[in-house]
Design a protein around this ligand. Structure first.
Ligand SMILES: Nc1nc2c(ncn2[C@@H]2O[C@H](COP(=O)(O)OP(=O)(O)OP(=O)(O)O)[C@@H](O)[C@H]2O)c(=O)[nH]1
Length: 495
């Protein structure tokens, strides 16, 4: 994701600023110019970049800042807030309620990923206990109904559409009526796309919208459309009451900056992002955790949510307990590997830990990573209980390593590689020691319970330096009026 590069460039600009002995207007200007260049390169609209620069300069007024103020911290927070503002239109979108019928209509250009996203959206809610249903009102593209039908069948989601009927309005109305009768609570209408914004497309969308009276219209946008995003999103907004945006293909090489423009053009929040072609490659979008991750600050609330999602419920209390004790045995690693293989990528989970990125299971190399995990597990199958339950890597002397290698048919080098991976993960795990683990639905409590000590352990060293070391971090926590603001700054906050 090229947005990650944007995050890297911004983090570097902040780092350069931190390295300066004295922070004056010139240093701030250089830092802002660097950030602006990065945003423009990521296809963010010039007007928005300019506004951001002006806002930060207004907040960080050197004349008004009394001596003794930590300018680095103030600038850093201003930049963080401005990036959040660019992605936050200030009002939440309509949120469907489980058990109460909502009609959600999807719009977007052809190929934006609308049909795929409709199913992902339905599947996401179905997993959370909703009763979604899909209606294919795309009569323009031959094959659209088949695609939706295929996706829906795979996910066991009821669907409605027609090979004969050519009037999308009629299909949409019939579908909505049918699923209302069947007590579905989330009725999702997929509409036609066109290659470009055309009068005919907008007319059709308007008619479907008027006939079905959707509670929410979601604009689906391909993250690669770049500077064109603003005009495209605005054109849709002028024709139908767009209330939310979903940005797709965030896993590709797109610059992603267009997403920020879409928010500005529609004055609607991004609610999800698509991160792959598969049904579950779909993430809730939250501004603050997203910006935190973008700047390499990690996303604790997302991390906890993923644990709740990926790890089987009966194993969660035990795992969280062990997590808070900081004990990480080979057996825990084995169980977690099992979870990864059963349920998807824990790489996603680890990418949310500050200072740790998705290298664990890089996108596009999942097969390779899975094979590696399976290899590790085979070697662990040749371990004794004592070895599996130990958290002392020194236990593994030469003869034990040789025995494990022989027993699993792998080389000594591979056993050592596995033990190195264990040590790396154990080190990461140890940083969690003493954290109070929240229950499901209390994600923000984790951030609230985090004290400066914990934060200092998990923040990347350069980030800690920017903040002004341990003392700076403590001050920052105090200055920000306690934990609530801090938790949001570092990606917590209520969802
Ligand atoms: N890599 C990646 N591919 C995606 C994502 N979302 C959708 N796609 C792919 O994008 C292509 C187009 O997706 P569709 O869902 O057919 O697009 P559409 O907007 O419904 O197209 P029309 O029905 O013709 O308007 C398909 O190959 C999808 O698999 C995503 O988040 N990441």
């Amino acid at each position: 994701m090229v947005l990650a590069q944007l995050g890297g460039s911004i983090a570097r600009a902040l780092q350069q600023m931190s390295n300066a002995t004295i922070i004056d207007e010139k240093v701030l200007s250089d830092c802002l110019n660097e950030i602006s260049r990065a945003l423009l390169q990521a296809d963010v609209q010039f007007k928005m970049v300019r506004e951001m620069q002006l806002n930060i300069k207004r907040i960080v007024s050197f004349d008004e800042l009394a001596a003794g103020h930590n300018k680095r911290r103030i600038i850093q927070k201003a930049i963080f807030d401005e990036l959040c503002n660019m992605l936050d239109p200030g009002k939440p979108s309509y949120t469907p309620k489980k058990g109460k019928t909502s009609v959600v209509m999807f719009v977007g250009l052809q190929g934006s990923g609308k049909t795929t996203t409709c199913t992902k959206y339905a599947y996401y809610h179905q997993k959370k206990g909703w009763k979604p249903a899909l209606v294919c009102a795309d009569t323009f593209r031959a094959g659209a109904f088949d695609q939706l039908k295929q996706n829906a069948t795979k996910a066991k989601i009821p669907f409605y559409g027609s090979y004969m009927e050519s009037d999308p309005v009629k299909i949409a109305v019939e579908g909505v009526e049918r699923f209302k009768k069947e007590n579905c609570d989330l009725l999702i209408i997929d509409t036609s796309g066109r290659h470009k914004q055309e009068a005919a497309l907008f007319e059709e969308m308007r008619q479907v919208s008027e006939a079905t009276k959707p509670d929410l219209v979601i604009f689906v946008m391909d993250s690669s459309i770049g500077q064109a995003a603003f005009d495209q999103a605005q054109a849709f907004k002028q024709n139908v009451p767009v209330g939310a945006v979903i940005v797709t293909k965030m896993d590709g090489h797109a610059k992603g900056g267009g997403a920020l423009s879409a928010v500005a053009a529609t004055k609607s929040p991004i609610i999800f992002i698509g991160t792959g072609e598969h049904m579950d490659e779909f993430e809730v979008f939250d501004v603050k955790p997203f910006v935190s991750r973008l700047l390499g600050m990690g996303d604790w609330s997302g991390f906890m949510e993923k644990i709740h999602e990926v790890v089987p419920t009966d194993q969660q209390p035990e795992l969280l307990q062990k997590l808070s004790e900081g004990t990480f045995t080979l057996r825990i690693m084995y169980e977690q590997f099992q979870n990864i293989l059963n349920m998807g990528s824990l790489g996603q989970v680890f990418s949310m830990i500050p200072g740790f990125n998705a290298e664990f299971m890089p996108k596009g190399r999942e097969k390779e990573s899975q094979a590696r995990i399976k290899r590790f597990m085979t070697m662990m199958d040749s371990m004794t209980n004592e070895e599996l339950d130990s958290s002392n890597p020194k236990l593994f002397n030469e003869s034990r390593i040789m025995r494990i290698a022989r027993g699993s048919g792998r080389s000594v080098g591979e056993v050592i590689e596995m033990l190195e991976e264990y040590k790396r993960l154990a080190k990461l795990w140890s940083k969690m020691k003493g954290l109070k683990i929240p229950k499901k639905g209390e994600m923000s409590a984790l951030s609230r319970n985090m004290n400066a000590q914990h934060m200092s352990k998990v923040l990347p060293p350069q980030m800690l330096k920017q903040i002004g070391g341990m003392g700076g971090l403590q001050n920052l926590m105090k200055q920000m009026g306690g934990s609530k603001d801090l938790s949001s700054m570092f990606g917590g906050g209520d969802r």
